[in-house]
Write a protein that binds this ligand. Structure first.
Ligand code: 2AM
Ligand code: CA
Ligand code: CA
Ligand code: CA
Length: 262
């Protein structure tokens, strides 16, 4: 039986679903979208902006006092300073613009500075991942657990490859080499939010990436933790949301992966 969603998750999942309808219609129709650049290879389209506006309107309607941190429109302070929505309306824009069906909407609620609830929705596969602190993690109503694998040699990992103009991760190649030489494989699918959701679902044993932003990871962090996994930052400096580097893995492999990466 599908696990029921809380009122909070209903608000978040409802906003993601509503925004996804136009994204799905625009998917594969790049010629109808206006695309611009925020950096040399950092593209944004009218689809990103439209999705963000829908999400913002839906969330504000349901929780008028909460603030926002949004990738495209920035920070909007709320009356309630302890609750902030952290929104990436389209994670995987490069995939979206290349008609690759691997992208997601990521919505998190950050409460008193810590990720409290997260929704990551891939509208093409119709996979709705959600989690709330203390309540577990779910995929379309089925409870999620991280994988139980304990050997690096049998395990599959994901990362993000820095792109033209990205925040430089000077150690990327040495970290990749360390992991690829010890494991069954490394994948790079291009959506940080889905990478974390896949760790929560036990598809990857782990994932790491540096140079990210809070909206890429806030929702996925809740998913991984509520599925029984661990998440920390790569450097050990604690605040992942502002630092933008993550190591996420199942409970068995988090420490071995961290050792390979540091
Ligand atoms: P975005 O699609 O929301 O911009 C990690 O790889 C993150 O980097 C992705 O989640 C993606 O989020 C962002 N990113 C921005 N430009 C990118 C590019 N050219 N290639 C890959 N990822 C990119
Ligand atoms: Ca972007
Ligand atoms: Ca993103
Ligand atoms: Ca985005």
């Amino acid at each position: 039986m599908a696990h029921p969603r809380s009122a909070l998750i209903n608000v978040m999942a409802g906003a993601a679903t509503k925004a996804s309808r136009k994204l799905v219609r625009d998917f594969g129709e790049v010629e109808n979208l206006q695309v611009s650049r925020k950096g040399p290879a950092d593209f944004v389209s009218t689809a990103d902006h439209t999705a963000e506006k829908t999400i913002r309107d839906e969330l504000a309607k349901a929780r008028p006092t909460y603030g926002f941190v949004m990738e495209e429109s920035g920070v909007v302070k709320g009356k309630d300073s302890s609750n902030t929505w952290v929104v990436d309306p389209l994670d995987g824009t490069t995939n979206f613009l290349h008609a690759i069906p691997h992208f997601a909407i990521s919505i998190a609620l950050v409460r008193d500075g810590a990720p409290h609830a997260g929704v990551v929705y891939n509208p093409i596969s119709d996979e709705m991942f959600w989690a709330e602190k203390g309540q577990g993690a779910f995929l379309n109503g089925r409870r999620l657990r991280v994988s139980a694998r304990a050997n690096l040699q049998e395990s599959l990992f994901a990362t993000g490859i820095p792109f033209l103009g990205a925040n430089k991760d000077a150690q990327f190649l040495s970290r990749l080499e360390a992991v690829m030489n010890q494991t069954a494989g490394v994948r790079r699918f291009g959506s940080a939010a889905l990478d974390l959701a896949y760790v929560a679902a036990g598809r990857y044993e782990g994932y790491w990436e540096a140079g990210l932003c809070s909206w890429d990871i806030a929702a996925g962090i809740v998913l991984v933790r509520e599925a029984g996994g661990y998440v920390c930052d790569i450097d050990g400096t604690k605040d992942m949301l502002s630092n933008g580097s993550v190591i996420a893995a199942n409970a068995n492999l988090h420490e071995p992966l961290t050792r390979l990466l540091r």
